[in-house]
Ligand binder design. Structure first.
Ligand code: CA2
Length: 145
């Protein structure tokens, strides 16, 4: 069975509790459950993590190098700032998909650039939390090929 890491960056622990007009009403626990169900249907197991600390996300990417075939990542604000996360992803040999709940291109210009997109094999933005499930389904397709 394939293993996929799903990594979430800073403040996403507040999902469903603040700014629902931007990020919706699903909590991160809801998202994890939906991802786990979708992954199971496509023959994948997941490790689902969130951290507010950049080093922790980098350490999970390093762990994924050892055991995972794919990474789905919503780096949150680190998307727009973190060369360190890009460097870590560049050491990972599997598939990488980037997810944003909101349509970052419709928002402030500082959200339009993503360091992570320089490594990602695909990017989903603006589909709400459904974007995570779509990314899991896409990962299933990539891993089946
Ligand atoms: O749209 C996305 O998924 C973002 O990655 C979310 C980040 C933002 O910095 C990116 O530009 C786009 C912010 C995550 C903050 O999460 C919250 C969730 C609920 C309430 C408050 C913050």
């Amino acid at each position: 069975m394939s293993l996929v890491y799903i990594l979430n960056g800073p403040n996403l622990n507040l999902l469903g509790r603040r700014q629902p007009e931007i990020y919706g009403y699903d909590t991160l626990a809801d998202v994890e459950e939906e991802c786990r169900n979708a992954a199971g249907l496509h023959g994948m197991d997941i490790r689902f993590h969130q951290s507010n600390a950049e080093f922790q996300i980098i350490d999970w990417i390093h762990a994924a190098r050892e055991e995972a075939q794919g990474i789905i990542i919503n780096p949150a604000a680190f998307t727009h700032t973190s060369v360190a996360i890009l460097d870590a992803l560049n050491t990972f040999e599997g598939h990488v998909l980037e997810v944003h709940i909101s349509n970052v291109h419709k928002r402030e210009s500082f959200r339009h650039h993503s360091y992570v997109s320089m490594r990602a094999d695909g990017v989903i933005a603006g589909f709400g939390t459904q974007g995570y499930v779509l990314a899991v389904e896409r990962m299933g397709k990539l891993l089946a090929n």
